[in-house]
Write a protein that binds this ligand. Sequence first.
Ligand code: LLP
Length: 427
Amino acid sequence: MDHFQYRDRTLFCEDVPVPEIAAEFGTPVFVYSKATLVHHLKSIQDAFAEARPVIAYSVKTNGNLSICKLMAEYGSGFDVTSGGELYRALKAGGPNAKTVFAGVGKSEAEMRYGLQSNVMLFNVESEEELFELGRVAASMGRKAPVALRVNPDLPPKTHAKTDTSVKGVKFGLDIEGVLDVSAKAVGHPGLAIVGLHLHLGSPILKSEPYAAGAAKAVQLIEAFRKQGHDIRYLNMGGGFGIHYRKQEALPATAFAEVILPAVRATGCQLVLEPGRFIVGNAGVLVSRVLFNKDTGGKHYVIQDAAMNDLVRPTLYDSFHRVWPVNPAAGVPEYPDDFEAAIPGTVVQDVVGPVCESGDYLAKARHLPLMARGDLVAVFSAGAYGMSMSSNYNSRCRAAEVLVDGTSCRLIRRRELYEDLVAAEVDC
Ligand code: LLP
């Protein structure tokens, strides 16, 4: 629950009652807790302190400038995966020397932008990309600092759509062929191969994949060094899981335990790219009930948040805990187990107004019956919520609010109808 707690049957974010936020800023609204964000960043910094790692907050997870600024203020760099994310990182005052530029398809313009911005590393994912980056850098009289991203070919470990280290996915260079590629880059005027990058997938609830990845990394680094590459960085990516259904995530120390030996063995500077671990449980999506409806033997509660605000359930069948902001007497204030039959509840689907049968935030959940106007909290919505939101059905994107103790601040205003058409021209 982090800094979201019920007090006298009202959900609070830190010391602010959530109904007050909904009254002031409307719904749907993403509400973030600063203390939770900082706590999770610090827990990674502390767990890996021995390695003095570069923590590169993964901007794709939640790129709001206020959140990025907070990350920079507390010592984080950035993992960016597009020119747009690099723009956000720079605007947030991100230290360029701690910014890594990832992504399987960087355009020439993005490569130039990264080079001009003096990013710390380009994570490179294919042979063609490597030599194109070398060409672009050389044409600017530069040597691009490169970490080769390798697909270590591990067993499946998370949802198929977000598992990035099984054979055949589009990510990284195949572990079998990577040494042939790195051999061709020896002495290239535009390339300095200085690192190895792995990102195993997301979210990962076990430490074993990191142990397996780290072991392969140690061997690869040795082999790159034999070829003459001065490997100084080991980037183990992101992917640390969080509590979605229940208390199920590992502490950062469990990942440190299996990653730090590889750092000691190689003497490399460690880079990590966490996103979800920092911001996932630091945010809730708050919506209001519009209508109830019974059909086909099912009960639907229709509220004003939808798949355009939080697409994870639709896209990955993800489970987010859902509960009223003001649970009535007769049901638990906050259930121990959201998947068990909860006394005082009715099985229902929580859906939004979007014109798709796949528009749902929760399916077949034990929830108390709620009335029009009641507020609903969707927990663990801080990661890949707003950043994957869309204007589908011409719905305005939600507002975002950051709470700090007893105060709260609007960090993104709700979109207006004019915003929906602002980029459209010649009409
Ligand atoms: N580094 C790289 C290269 C990545 O591709 C990602 C996430 C991260 C770091 C951050 O991973 P994290 O620490 O947040 O797990 N939209 C999906 C997740 C996609 C992850 C994409 N890459 C979801 O909502 O579950």
